[in-house]
Design a protein around this ligand. Sequence first.
Ligand code: DON
Length: 313
Amino acid sequence: MSFEQMEKLKTKLPEWLETSRLRTGQGDVAAYIPELAKASRDTLGIHIADSQGQTVSAGDCGVPFTMQSISKVFTLILALMDHGEEAVFYNVGKEPTGDDFNSMIKLELVEPGIPFNPLINAGAITVSSLIAGDSPEEKSARILHFFRKLASNERLDYNMDVYHSELETGDLNRSLAYFLKQNGVLKDPVEDVLSVYFRHCSIEVDCSDLSRMALVLAFDGVDPHSGEMLIPRRYIQIAKTFMVTCGMYNASGEFAIDVGLPAKSGVSGGIMALVPGQYGIGVVGPSLNNKGNSIAGVHLLERLSKEFDWSLF
Ligand code: DON
C-alpha cells in the first residue's frame, strides 16, 4: 500500500463507512434461508489487506458471516485444479444469464441444458459435484482445507445452523439439482451433491478472512505473505473474469461501471473484491438491495474506487 493511500485510508475509512451505513435502512436482510434473517440490518464492516501485511479496517469487520455464493469462486478454482478447463466447461458454460441466481428457466429452454455459468446456483451445484473425492465428506473436507489455506486461517469452519437451515428449506436448489440430474449433468445422488454445496456456502468467515482470500486472487494465485503458489495463474484469470461478468448477479454490469473491480457477493451480505496486484478486500453488510447485493457495501466500494481511481476500465 502506498504511504499516502494508507494514511488517507486510515483517517477517512471510518467516516466513509458511516456515510455508507446510512444506506442500510433502504435494504433488507435475506430471509429465504431462515437462519440468515437473524443478521443485523445495520451491520457494516470492511477489511483491506495488502501484500506486505498492512491492513486497514473499519466498522463491524469482526462480525462472522457465511460465505454463501462467494464460496463459488473458490470451488470453481478447486474443480479446475482437479480436472482442468475442458472437463469443467463441458458441464457448465461461461456466459451471464440475466436471470435470477436460482432460476431454472434456461436449463429447460437452452440446449444442451447445462448451467450458463459456475456462479449461478445451478452452475455452482454442478461444480460441487465435480470436486474430487470418493464421498461428500471427502469432497467437503478438501474444500474446507483449500479455503483454510487461502485465508491463512486453520480455524475456518462451517456454521452448522446455517447449513441445516438451508438443508431444510433449499427446495428450489433441490429442484435445480434434480433437473441437472435428469439432463445428465449430475452423476452423483442429488442429496450427496447438495450436502457438499450447502456445506461450502455455510463456511463462516469475517472480513479479514475474505480480504486474505481475495489477496491470493489479486496476486495471481500466490499468497504474497508466504510466497507460496496456491492457484495456477490461468485459473485466477478465469475466476476474475467470472467475477467481473457474473459476480454481482444481474448488477454486474452496473458494478463494473460504478466500481470496476472483480468482486463476488453472497446473500449473507458479504462482498469479496480485489484490486489486482494491490489489495484484497472483505466487506460485510447484510442489508441487501433489490439486486441481492449489500446495499451499503456496494456504496462503500464505489466511494473507495472513485477516491483512489481503482477501476480497471
Ligand atoms: O443456494 C443458495 O441460495 C445460497 N446458499 C447461496 C446464494 C447466494 O449467495 C447467491 N448466489 N448466487
